[in-house]
Design a protein around this ligand. Structure first.
Ligand code: THG
Length: 349
């Protein structure tokens, strides 16, 4: 609030700061400097006990076996019908201790139920852990000024448990932008302002700016957003998460049978990136817009649309039938105006 917060959304039943009033400057700070994000709403589901890995492995579509302690993996989760229900990062804190760092749906209840039904010997709960994002090309300088040069050596999706001025957190090279940076998983919510202020002070000489998950940058960088990019009925194969779904696994996992069948038949829809014609969009789209094929038939929907500085064009993510996904289509704006969509790429390909 002190930094002039102007826009919040709700994510995992929490407020998430989104913008501080100047989206163009927030984009620039993220691309050229360093940006500080309160992403405490990326809640953790902690799993502790002898069967913690077995539970995480069973609920994840991705194979998590063979991970070292101190490493993370992006691990989509499906229900028994092979429908995507969340896309967490799985962090292995110890052989018998894991965090699922979740997107916006109730994974805690799901994991507690699966653990009980399958008699996995583990405890599933929500710990006091609140991530802070430090993203952008100056994130390394900022964090190494704060903690020491060693932070530069942390590989992507690896982490270390640290303490700074008595503030305990897990420092991980990760985050929801394509610009690089860290997430600081604060382990004491009473120290949130202290941690924010410490990183802010370290980042001032690098032009640190307050921000949040940035819609245009994350689409340009192919980062998926559960709920925004698809509804409650999409499979990971439709939305381009295939590479994080380990269909060759020799063990069972939730959704496996359905996903194998879907792969055989081919996904019915595809998530695509497309340019939209017309004047520059201001702000972000608030709802899905109907998509039509060139011959006028309903073919899916534009899920999100935004101005892209990188492409100097309006850019959207659309979930459309596989037949039209490789080519042009049209969409109707809330104003009623029809605009042309031209295929840029399949999402994440
Ligand atoms: N940080 C944390 N938790 C999260 C998110 C986050 N939970 C919800 C949501 N974001 C999950 N979504 C993603 C999507 C992509 C990535 C991270 C979280 C990501 N993917 C790498 C990439 O696409 O290059 C690949 C990772 C891999 O190879 O395993 O970084 O932002 N804490």
């Amino acid at each position: 609030m002190r930094h002039g917060l102007t826009h919040v959304t709700v994510y995992n039943h929490m407020y998430m700061p989104g913008s501080f009033g100047d989206p163009d400057e927030e984009y620039r700070a993220l691309i050229e400097r360093v940006s500080l994000w309160d992403v405490a709403c990326e809640r953790q589901v902690e799993v502790v006990g002898p069967d913690s890995e077995a539970l995480c492995q069973y609920v994840s579509s991705r194979d998590l076996r063979g991970m070292k302690t101190g490493r993370a993996r992006y691990a989509p989760m499906c229900n028994y019908d092979g429908i995507l229900i969340n896309d967490p990062m799985a962090l292995k804190l110890a052989d018998d201790r894991w965090w699922l760092s979740i997107a916006d749906s109730d994974v805690l209840l799901w994991c507690q139920a699966v653990a009980a039904e399958h008699k996995f010997d583990c405890h599933v709960f929500e710990p006091d852990v609140s991530p802070l994002g430090v993203q952008g090309p100056m994130a390394d300088n900022t964090m190494s000024d704060l903690l020491g040069d060693w932070v530069r050596e942390i590989p992507f999706f690896a982490f270390k448990e640290v303490e700074y001025a008595g503030i305990p957190f897990v420092l991980c090279r990760s985050g929801w932008s394509g610009q690089g940076g860290f997430e600081l998983f604060l382990q004491d919510s009473n120290r949130g302002l202290d941690l924010w202020d410490a990183v802010w002070t370290a980042g001032e000489r690098y032009g640190i700016h307050p921000g949040g998950p940035t819609l245009n940058e994350r689409i340009e960088s192919d980062l998926f957003s559960y709920r925004a990019d698809c509804g409650a009925d999409a499979s990971p194969l439709e939305v381009g998460l295939d590479r994080y779904v380990s269909l060759g696994r020799d063990d069972d996992f939730i959704g496996k049978e359905s996903l194998l069948l879907e792969r055989e038949q081919g996904p019915k829809r595809r998530l695509v990136k497309a340019f939209l014609s017309g004047a520059r969009f201001e702000g972000i789209s608030e709802s899905a817009w109907p998509a039509q094929s060139i011959d006028g038939r309903t073919c899916g929907e534009v899920r999100v649309a935004v101005w892209s500085p990188k492409y100097q064009s309006n850019l959207c993510l659309a979930l459309v039938s596989s037949e039209v996904a490789g080519g042009p289509f049209r969409t109707q704006l809330p104003t009623g105006e029809m605009v042309d969509a031209s295929h840029l790429a399949y999402f994440a390909e």
